[in-house]
Design a protein around this ligand. Structure first.
Ligand code: PEP
Ligand code: MN
Length: 338
């Protein structure tokens, strides 16, 4: 950490800061200049973060040298990590396809979705039982019944399932039925939820908040890792921009950026990222070309009659065609389908 003192800082103030740094087990460096004094702190500077040194009246600026996310950082595992969910890997060398409807609507709907995505080559089944909807009048999900139907459909076809947990109070219930717990964009910064998920013992799919920076996403992942959960997969799902022709703007910069900064696998959700069925396949292929570790795609047996997000859902045949192209695109990036 580099700490720049104000021009009127006294030698006593500088000494007090040097002593504070040493007290915290770091090596203090004193660098008096002709106009400013600069103080260095060598070691794991994150122990100084709670002190909020920038609040000291004689400190002008604090410049961190290390990334604020220690456990999520790539330095921790330069080769990248693999997260395994019910035998399905997410990570280097593989490309993982998660597919299924936005929401579980009925036994017939999720059963058909499961059979069709499995036949097409999907590796995991998705489906929301607790749905975060903008309007309280929209379909909210089948809740516990939805969880049971999703788990049964996954079991029937042999696919592990991922579903969203919106609230800490539902965690135990959702964890009983899911192989992987999804944190939705709206809850990426629900830190109490993240802390509990860190202790839940199940892999987590952490979606990027719609207005969250990469650093904020990685710090949310850090909450999970800090509580002992090493099974974390990041998901880029589009951000809010001034462009309203699409539901969100899929930020594919996120893929190589996050992979450079972090060892955690990164997948892409082109369905929420675009909101438009026609854009889903091209953006899924673009995600593969960008080096993503996989995609999550919304697929509905009858998109025209979906209870949520029908406009962005692929039909089963469109999905099957997409899996074929993803195999080729992933191969170009040195990956095989998981
Ligand atoms: C979802 O994947 O079901 C979902 C609601 O996505 P997001 O949280 O990214 O909006
Ligand atoms: Mn959806």
């Amino acid at each position: 950490m580099i700490i720049i003192l104000r021009s009127d800082a006294t030698k006593e103030q500088a000494d007090s800061l040097l002593a504070l740094i040493a007290e915290h087990g770091l090596k203090p460096l004193y660098m008096p200049g002709s106009e400013r004094t600069v103080i260095g702190a060598l070691g794991d500077e994150r122990v100084l973060v709670p002190l909020e040194l920038e609040a000291l009246p004689f400190v002008e600026r604090v410049l961190p040298v290390l990334s604020p996310y220690k456990l999520a950082s790539r330095e921790k595992r330069p080769g990248g990590s693999t997260v395994t969910v019910g035998g399905v890997p997410f990570g280097p060398g593989t490309f993982t396809i998660v597919a299924g409807p936005c929401a579980v609507e009925s036994e017939a709907q999720i059963g058909e979705a499961a059979r069709r995505v499995k036949a097409a080559g999907a590796h995991m089944l998705r489906g929301g039982a607790f749905k975060p909807r903008t309007s309280p009048y929209s379909f909210q999900g089948l809740e516990e019944e939805g969880l049971r139907l999703l788990a049964a459909a996954g079991r029937e076809v042999g696919l592990p399932v991922v579903t969203e947990v919106m609230d800490i109070y539902d965690l135990e219930l959702v964890a009983r039925h899911a192989d992987m717990l999804q944190v939705g964009a709206r809850n990426m910064q629900d830190y109490r939820l993240l802390k509990e998920l860190g202790k839940a013992g199940l892999p987590v799919l952490l979606k990027r908040g719609m207005s969250a920076t990469y650093e904020e996403l990685l710090l949310s992942a850090e909450y999970l890792l800090k509580e002992g959960n090493k099974q974390v997969v990041l998901c880029e799902r589009g951000i809010k921009t001034f462009e309203h022709a699409t539901r969100n703007t899929l930020d594919l910069n996120a893929v190589p950026y996050l992979q450079r900064q972090s060892h955690l696998p990164v997948i892409v959700d082109p369905s929420h990222g675009s909101g438009l069925r026609e854009l889903v396949a091209p953006m899924a292929k673009a995600a593969a070309a960008a080096g993503a570790d996989g995609v999550m795609v919304e697929v509905h047996p009858d998109p025209g009659h979906a209870l949520s997000d029908g406009a962005q859902a692929l039909g089963p045949d469109q999905f099957a065609e997409l899996v074929g192209s993803l195999r080729d695109h992933a191969a170009l990036e040195g990956r095989r389908l998981a």
